[in-house]
Design a protein around this ligand. Structure first.
Ligand SMILES: C[S@@+](CC[C@H](N)C(=O)[O-])C[C@H]1O[C@@H](n2cnc3c(N)ncnc32)[C@H](O)[C@@H]1O
Length: 399
């Protein structure tokens, strides 16, 4: 056993109760059950060196890859969820300050003008400009129940913004704007803001600030990106949208460290929670995804494929365990000998029963050839899901 690594791991206070978790690009988009950047940061610092390759097979909103970039490590991130792919891609792709100050500002100003003209047309003021204002043509998408989720004036402005985004030529800038668009959706929708899951709020106020919410989001992302640019090192992040049960795009014995955070079985139904974004992405922006990803833009298909996604299914736990076994085999195959695999987990409650994932994973890891190296227990995990009080970081070594 490498005592120095154990000592370094023990010396960290893994609670990070007062740390800022929203710096640089970390706060670009809400994502259910993110882990805090400090967890990825400390694991990467302790268990890898600059220039090495870090892999996250459940990359979610990209926390591991962002931290890898900030710490000068190359990274690969994979997730089956197209929204996760988009967020991670945008958070790890630096856009230069000059471009943020010119191109991004110009696109935003174009959007602002179009929405202003439309507002003037629909609610003319007594100014001269009112007579000149033209109706802006913009078709809304037509996914099921869209009118229940968005008020008419919101849908109108979102459609204008959507069309303007679709005129952006640069793929990177378009992804940046699509990410901001997706991040804005929930706040301007009729969804209840007090819950993680998606429920209609029957008492929702009249939403008048669709453009303003989108603008705020873009400006927050511009500031985050500028800060990221100051800290990021010259390394590469490759982001994939694929099923981690088959990591054939990663070579055998090529990865120096794995840091990952599997889903909490069915405790977080990603497709269900994210269906507003997934529907808009599918209907309006599918060209920013590759073919593999496009297939999963449908919340129902995604829910079936994502491991642990189907809440009502009786076999959800056994299906999850079978999938995790395949993923453990893949993680073992791609990791270099003697290197480490760190897995962050909680003990979720599924269909009324607590699932002791740490024990299950220790056994699974052992079966595929990993040696248990160390376990960190985080006691006061700040989750909104009160049922999972403790979180564990299981650290394995490939022997
Ligand atoms: C707990 S989240 C990871 C959150 C991430 N650590 C972050 O900070 O945002 C688990 C992720 O696993 C993904 N996932 C579930 N099944 C998958 C599969 N078969 N292949 C790849 N990703 C999968 C989900 O889409 C989800 O994004």
């Amino acid at each position: 056993m490498n005592n120095l690594l154990v000592e370094k791991t023990k010396n960290v206070d893994w609670e990070f109760l007062t740390d800022d978790t929203r710096y640089d690009t970390h706060d670009f988009h809400r994502y259910s059950s993110k882990f805090i950047p400090q967890i990825a940061r400390n694991l990467i610092e302790i268990y890898s060196k600059k220039g090495e390759l870090v892999l996250d097979v459940f990359v979610g909103s990209g926390t591991t890859c962002v931290e890898a970039e900030l710490l000068g490590r190359n990274s690969i991130g994979n997730d089956l969820n197209p929204l996760a792919y988009l967020i991670t891609k945008v958070k790890t792709t630096s856009i230069k300050d000059e471009v943020l100050d010119t191109d991004v500002a110009n696109i935003l100003s174009d959007i602002r003008n179009k929405v202003a003209e439309n507002r003037e047309f629909e609610n003319p003021s007594q100014t001269l400009f009112a007579h000149k204002a033209k109706k802006i043509k913009a078709d809304a998408p037509s996914f099921p129940n869209i009118e229940r989720w968005f008020q008419p004036q919101v849908l109108r402005e979102l459609s204008i913004i959507k069309d303007a985004i679709n005129n952006i030529k640069s793929v990177e800038l378009k992804q940046f704007f699509v990410c901001a668009f997706s991040a804005t959706l929930r706040g301007v929708s009729n969804a209840h803001s007090g819950y993680g899951n998606l429920m209609i709020n029957k008492n929702k106020r009249l939403v008048k600030d669709t453009l303003e919410s989108f603008e705020r989001q873009i400006l927050t992302m511009v500031e985050g990106m500028k800060s990221f640019n100051k800290h990021v090192e010259k390394v590469s992040s490759k982001i994939y949208c694929s099923d981690s049960r088959d990591l054939s795009f990663v070579k055998n014995n090529s990865v120096d460290l794995i840091v990952t955070h599997p889903p909490y079985i069915s405790a977080v139904p990603y497709a269900e929670y994210q269906k507003l974004s997934l529907n808009w992405l599918k209907e309006c922006f599918s060209d920013v995804f590759n073919d593999n990803c496009k297939e999963y833009l449908n919340p129902r298909i995604l829910d079936k494929e994502i491991i642990g996604g189907q809440r009502g299914n009786k076999n959800v736990v056994s299906r999850f365990m079978e999938s995790m076994k395949l993923i453990f085999q893949e993680m073992y195959r791609v990791l270099k000998d003697q290197r480490y695999c760190c897995i962050v987990i909680g003990h979720p409650t599924v269909q009324g029963k607590i699932i002791e994932l740490s024990g299950e994973f220790l056994q699974m890891a052992n079966e595929v050839g990993f040696k248990h190296f160390y376990t960190v227990t985080r006691g006061s995990h700040r989750t909104t899901m009160g049922k999972m009080k403790e979180e564990y970081i299981l650290i394995f070594q490939k022997s």
